[in-house]
Write a protein of this length. Structure first.
Length: 325
């Protein structure tokens, strides 16, 4: 349970993560500087946890915003919790530190608070292309043992380039493989996965809790619904009648109801908004409570539907979503 907008959840390695973060991925057409302004506004509103990734292509802007808010005295570096992610083309152990250093150079920061393996699947090493393809346009997959990638991430923690390490988009079997590594030095502190009432991840959440792994939920509001990235056959989450009705009852929006649902069940959320009004709204979820019955009603609209199923990689041997959870 997360009790306030500034509350932090303990992590297995002794660090802690703020329960509400600001997602920084945008598939909208933006002009240079939009992300800087959005992140600065987010920090002014009170966000201390910023969720980014090398793949988002905007870490330079996120870093610029963080540094500006440090320079003007709003925050200190240690107040900010910045998450970055190791992209699929850098999973070879000898590429890991290179990717992290690229992120740090873009951010112009000395360390990130949390570094996640973005996916368990590797693509052919590339520093230029996000999705490397052959001359026929076929994606170039790679076969890297993610446990070896994990060991390289542990080294990054040991030299102080990252404070905590975790994974993203791992199923429970893949998580077990990391947990059972014979020379494991650090457990993944979290698994960041898509999580919202249409994909409530109740089994994965239970599994993660049993291992003291925090589940961080991405796309908690059902994504911006960009057809380039998602399965648009799933209806918009925030139009769901159960969520709307509960919102009316509590004088809250459907977005606030879904975020409240997550913090009550111990899921850290990273809603994305670049709109100051909505950024503010997404933190105003601690002045009401959902009853056990209301939590069950929301559990009842689960459909196990993924907006982000990254189907173009479903033949990858390490595709995580063939397993039930
Ligand atoms: P915007 O950035 O214009 O606010 P997710 O976090 O699930 O990826 O969802 C992000 C999408 O939800 C974005 O399109 C974002 O738009 C929108 N959004 C963010 N906060 C709210 C809110 N409180 N109500 C409705 N839509 C929201």
């Amino acid at each position: 349970m997360i009790y306030s907008a500034d509350d932090r959840c303990p992590l297995d390695d002794g660090n802690s993560i703020p329960g509400i973060g600001l997602g920084t991925f945008s598939s909208d057409k933006l002009v240079k500087g939009d992300v800087v302004e959005a992140v600065k506004a987010g920090i002014e509103i009170g966000y201390r946890h910023l969720d980014g990734a090398l793949m988002y292509g905007n870490e330079d802007e996120v870093g610029e915003a963080i540094r500006a808010k440090i320079a003007d005295g709003t925050v200190k570096r240690e107040d900010i919790f910045y998450t970055s992610k190791l992209w699929m083309t850098y999973l070879s152990p000898n590429m890991v530190r290179k990717a992290l250093e690229k992120t740090l150079k873009s951010l112009q920061l000395d360390y990130v608070d949390l570094y996640l393996m973005h996916w368990p699947m590797a693509l052919k090493p590339s520093e230029e292309e996000i999705f490397p393809r052959d001359a026929n346009g076929k994606l170039l997959l790679d076969d890297v043992d993610f446990c070896e990638t994990w060991a390289a991430m542990e080294c990054c923690k040991e030299v102080g380039l990252v404070r905590s390490i975790g994974v993203s988009n791992f199923n429970h079997r893949q998580l077990e493989m990391v947990l059972k590594m014979p020379n494991l030095k650090y457990k993944p502190v979290c698994n960041q996965v898509e999580c919202h009432p249409y994909l409530n991840q109740s089994k994965l959440l239970k599994f993660c809790k049993s291992k003291n792994i925090v589940l961080v939920g991405y796309s908690p509001l059902g994504t911006p619904r960009n057809p380039k990235y998602l399965n648009t056959s799933i209806p918009p989450l925030l139009n769901d009648p159960v969520l709307k009705k509960l919102g009316e009852k509590h004088h809250k929006t459907a977005a606030q109801v879904v975020l409240r649902y997550q913090v009550q069940r111990g899921v850290v959320v990273v809603p994305k908004s670049f709109n100051p009004g909505r950024m503010k709204q997404n933190r105003e979820i601690f002045d009401f409570q959902l009853t056990d019955e209301e939590m069950e009603m929301i559990d009842g609209i689960n459909r196990n539907c993924r907006y982000i199923s990254i189907e173009m990689l479903q033949d990858h041997p390490k595709y995580p979503f063939h397993d039930e959870y």
